[in-house]
Design a binder for this molecule. Structure first.
Ligand SMILES: N[C@@H](CCC(=O)N[C@@H](CS)C(=O)NCC(=O)O)C(=O)O
Length: 214
């Protein structure tokens, strides 16, 4: 088996990602934290997630995947975001208060587990699930409905705030990629989410992450 720890300084975190995918949300959070980290692109379009080199890191074959500075690996967007928030408290991306933490995790789960997995995935990767054209059309319609409903709910949650929970938090990493995915459908973002997307793109850390992905 290939050794993912070989030839690297295991004191540096490493984000396995694919530009423009959901892993951009974690990339942005890591840039905001400002800690040292390396990145490695897992080329999803070439099937690298299923190949031995990345399977040696995570048999789930998904990005984002984070190898931490002790060499242990974390998967799942919400878990990585929560760990980053707790492990780097000085960055202020996750408030201490348990009620606020619960609400942030609730929003993260909704964005990743529902809007992404049951919305965008059914809409944009329909062929992974069904081959019959009629069933595909039904699944796409279902995915589109979940995405539209999700964007409207998130727009209402954001309201007149700059970020989903007032101050910038780990939830905004997920909202950022959820908003970016809309252009792929394409679906117009509700106005407050469009303004959020533009606000995010003005943040220096977000610009650094996007430049690194370009
Ligand atoms: N539940 C995982 C899902 C992540 C996920 O679906 N990532 C996509 C990119 S947006 C992926 O790696 N797809 C590769 C594949 O399914 O083969 C999470 O929350 O991190």
């Amino acid at each position: 088996m290939l050794d993912p720890f070989e030839d690297r300084d295991i004191n540096t975190m490493k984000l396995y990602h694919y530009p423009g995918s959901c892993s951009t949300g974690i990339h942005v959070l890591m840039a905001e934290i400002g800690a040292d980290f390396e990145t490695e692109v897992v080329s999803l379009k070439d099937g690298a997630q299923k190949q031995a080199a990345f399977q040696a890191v995570s048999t789930k074959g998904k990005v984002p995947t984070l190898m931490r500075d002790d060499g242990t690996v974390l998967t799942e967007f919400q878990t990585i975001a929560f760990w980053l928030g707790r492990a780097f408290p000085e960055a202020g991306l996750l408030p201490d208060d348990v009620e606020r933490q619960a609400r942030i995790l609730e929003a993260l789960d909704y964005m990743v587990g529902t809007v992404h997995m049951r919305g965008y995935t059914f809409l944009l990767a329909t062929g992974k699930f069904v081959s019959d054209p009629e069933a595909q059309a039904e699944l796409k319609a279902h995915g589109a409905e979940v995405v539209r409903d999700g964007l409207n709910r998130l727009d209402a949650m954001l309201g007149d705030q700059d970020y989903l929970f007032g101050d910038f938090s780990i939830a905004d990493g997920a909202l950022f990629y959820i908003c970016r995915f809309a252009a792929r459908v394409p679906i117009d973002l509700p106005p407050r989410l469009q303004a959020f997307l533009e606000r995010m793109q003005q943040r220096p850390a977000v610009q650094r992450a996007l430049q690194a992905e370009a």
